[in-house]
Design a protein around this ligand. Structure first.
Ligand code: GLY
Length: 363
């Protein structure tokens, strides 16, 4: 399978290559971009063990000089402290203006490497080679980069677009099942907010709760259609002045759930799944969305094996207070993304605390 999707932007247009075994031709693909000879590959130890060698061999074969830098795996290391270590390596290997930082890994590696690329020497080349489903369909596309602050996720960051995103679906075979399902939450999100055909494709598939149940055609469709949806949205609104906010569907309540459970109970996609159920429920209660379509969404989430019920032991008042500190607040008003039909959403600040209370209490 090989597909190319273009993210069209005023100054930084780039391609997403979706190619089985694409890792083997990574070097050739980068050579076409006419970047400098030096590449610093950033990864985490586990991903590097699986794929570092293949990536480096391909890069060296194409004539690049490659060094690597490893970040311990996990969101806990997405900090300024660990970012500084990437800068240390950039210095050690004398990266120059034309050099490239290449992210080989999931969202944490991609976000941190991108931010390092945005800031080192005021901006050097950046390439994304995502290895998790979530990073393939969301984090690696669109240029959001950054690190966490102790007070909140992704508070420090920059929009910085990669020069190329290479998605090699064959690497998903080593992704843990739970992470695969979590990535599927973002795929379902694109179906609800943008692409009815994708939604129906998932509805009509026999079994979508494990990569083992995907045939190549289905996997290709979800990757292509998800990346297309993200590319279309980002092309219209690179820096989230308006439309791009729809990509946060399910994330408002999702972030609250993650935060109230100390980020150690649910992975991001699971929280987003419950967040989509919550947002769908709010849309129904506000008369925006039909109950039958909301049920179709919830069934699809359930069919993927993702959680649909918001835990009953959450402190709902803290949750509501928490919403006010979310990045999605504008002039004191919480913005919600709510569906009005499958494939279409609206952005509204008219959701009352009382409605959020009801939905968080599963009423
Ligand atoms: N993950 C949301 C966005 O890229 O805007």
């Amino acid at each position: 399978m090989e597909s190319i999707i273009t993210v069209s932007l005023p100054n930084n247009t780039y391609n997403i290559h979706i190619a089985s075994n694409g890792l083997l031709t990574l070097g050739e693909r980068i050579k076409e971009l006419k970047v400098g000879k030096k590449i610093l590959l950033v990864s985490n130890p586990e991903i590097f063990d699986y794929y570092g060698d293949i990536a480096i061999k391909s890069l060296e074969k194409a004539g690049f000089t490659v060094n690597y830098h490893l970040i311990p795996a996990g969101e806990n290391y997405k900090t300024l402290e660990y970012l500084a270590k990437i800068y240390d390596s950039a210095l050690e290997y004398s990266l120059e203006r034309k050099s490239t930082l290449l992210a080989l890994g999931g969202g944490v590696v991609g976000d941190m490497t991108g931010f390092a690329a945005a800031t080192w020497l005021r901006g050097i080349n950046f390439i994304q080679v995502p290895t998790s489903l979530l990073a393939m369909v969301d984090a690696s596309v669109g240029g959001k980069t950054g690190v966490n602050h102790p007070q909140g996720k992704n508070l420090i960051g920059a929009f910085y677009q990669p020069k190329l995103v290479l998605i090699d679906p064959t690497v998903l075979k080593t992704l843990p099942e739970r992470e695969f399902k979590a990535g599927m939450a973002e795929v379902i999100k694109y179906g609800v907010i943008w692409d009815k055909t994708l939604f129906e494709r998932l509805e009509n598939a026999n079994n979508i709760d494990s990569l083992n149940n995907f045939d190549d055609g289905l996997l290709k469709d979800i990757l292509v259609r998800s990346c297309q949806a993200k590319a279309e949205v980002v092309s219209q609104d690179e820096k989230e002045g308006g439309l791009r906010a729809i990509l946060n569907y399910g994330h408002t309540i999702g972030h609250v759930i993650e935060s109230l459970t100390n980020y150690d109970t649910f992975v991001h996609g699971e929280a987003v799944a419950m967040g989509m159920v919550g947002a769908g429920n709010i849309a129904v209660k506000m008369g925006l969305w039909s109950e039958s379509e909301a049920k179709r969404q919830d069934s699809l989430i359930e069919k993927t094996g993702l959680p649909t019920v918001i835990p009953s032991n959450l402190d709902v008042e803290t949750a509501i207070a928490h919403l006010q500190t979310d990045k999605k607040v504008e002039e004191g008003k919480v913005r919600f993304i709510l569906p009005n039909s499958i494939g279409s959403v609206i952005i509204t600040d008219r959701v009352t605390s009382d409605l959020v209370r009801q939905v968080m209490n599963n009423n």
